[in-house]
Design a protein around this ligand. Sequence first.
Ligand code: COA
Length: 280
Amino acid sequence: MNEPKLDVLTVEKIPVTDESIKGYIALATINRPNKLNALNKEVMDCLKEFCALVESDDEIRCVVITGAKPLPAEEGKRQKPNAFVAGADISEFVDMDSSAAKIKFTDNAVEAIWSLSKPTIAMIDGFALGGGCEVACSCDIRIASERTKFGTPEINLGLIPGYGATQRLAKLLGYGKTLEMIMTGEMIDSAEAHRIGLVNHVCNHQELEEFTMSMANKIASKSVYTLTVAKRTIKAALNSTLNEGIAIEAREFAALFDSQDKQIGVDAFMQRKTAEWQDK
Ligand code: COA
């Protein structure tokens, strides 16, 4: 039986806890727990729509992306495991040729997440494999539970990653570790993922949501305008030489001195008040 289409991505707008800040954290939950939240076309289309919403909605200050928890086991069947996302939906690969793959993997939802101007956090509890690892790597910050497993098992399908891991994972982990993960297809646990810099934080699965939302709230309490400048400037490091990057920083830093939020932030400090950002 086909799954209901509308539910593959659940989006909640959660008010920022600091009541002096008007705005929301957008929590997007990839919702195909019976398929370990695998990324089929519907999920990818919904994620793209979600990204467009995030950019157009000024009230959204920070984004959290996660996977749905497993449903209770059906009678006589075993419980499905926890997953962030267990990869691209492999059933869509069966009859796919190179032309179809080019269309599917060009201008995809993972790139849309990567291109978001606002801060993004991946909240990861369970398998983050293939495309799941790539969704996580397209977010700015990764927070994983202790029972998470990461991996890029595409090699076992006669493939390589197609949603950016050969590049973004290499930027995060370096050349050698990325080759090891992609060539062996082996999974690593969250302690190892933390050790090699794949995740920012590891916490107990019972505390994952609270920890993640607390960080999201912390970020959401800053000026969205300044955050986007910070993100753009840091991302420039990935495509620039050191000297080019320093020049970009100098430009972005100087330009902020004409922003309202620089005035608000500096005045608030001088007057021992809390800044009330205008996000411009
Ligand atoms: N695409 C499509 N379906 C997937 C999937 C994927 N990437 N990953 C899991 N599923 C489905 C399974 O087919 C199964 O569906 P079913 O119950 O209708 O048969 C369901 O999710 C549960 O997975 P299952 O394999 O039974 O769970 P498990 O606990 O035995 O194993 C994994 C978990 C993650 C080790 C295993 O599902 C797996 O290897 N998945 C593929 C990972 C992968 O190669 N990802 C990269 C894709 S490019």
